[in-house]
Design a protein around this ligand. Sequence first.
Ligand code: HEC
Ligand code: HEC
Length: 210
Amino acid sequence: MRVLSSLGGLLAALCIGSSACAADRVGDPLAGKAWSDENVCKECHNPDGNSTVAEYPRLGGQQAAYLYKQLRDFRDGRRRNVIMQALTQELGDAELANVSAHFAAQPVMKGTVASAQSASSLGRKLFEQGDGARGIPACSACHGADGKGRVAGGLAYPAIGGQHRFYLRGQLQDWRSDIRRNSPDGVMNQIAKSLGDKDIEALADYLSGL
Ligand code: HEC
Ligand code: HEC
């Protein structure tokens, strides 16, 4: 818990005046829906954001402030992905905020409880309690007890419960190897470096079922 509270304090302190913070811009979900209907987002992420293809993350019910931050991070080069960087290049903040509000208002991403229950107990333990001896904080402390994310202290913690297993595994590997580096003060890089391959498999398994 000591690790966790020091990380939490660090994030809160960093948030003041930093671009790492959840953006406070609130979008218009109806304008976002109209815009999204005319654009390609739905081809990969589905009209309600609950993509059925493992490579394309689910956006349905995701925290609006998190979606908005990611879209600006892609556009401004803080998060790298060939497709998403190309698609956001020409877009303004208002369009990004609106489309974020639209997907956030859709049914929340959801796995099947049966698959969470059949996942190994390691994934559940790391999510609920972490592993103090190895410096791994409980994921639930930041991502919410139900894994559906939250906004606290000006920061957006994304929903990870019910996300595709393939995508979760990929992101955890990318945080660990510093391919993805857009979390506030590198908090997810620090955490992922304490995770072994077996931990990542177990977490992706468990979380995708929630
Ligand atoms: C050709 C397929 C494709 C299209 C079209 C597409 N995306 Fe994506 N999107 C992806 C992929 C692949 C990723 C994962 C990138 C990664 O691995 O970092 C992604 C990631 C995202 C994320 C980050 C999700 C997260 O959990 O961090 C957001 C937000 C997003 N897309 C929104 C959009 C919006 C809005 C549009 C329409 C303007 C759109 N996407 C169009 C393929 C697509
Ligand atoms: C101290 C708070 C904190 C803790 C503890 C934490 N996270 Fe995170 N996590 C974050 C933040 C903040 C982000 C959003 C980063 C960004 O803005 O790009 C994030 C993002 C993620 C993402 C990317 C989601 C997406 O849609 O792309 C995954 C996956 C993730 N965390 C998994 C975990 C797992 C697994 C654990 C437990 C081992 C964990 N996190 C513990 C703060 C935390």
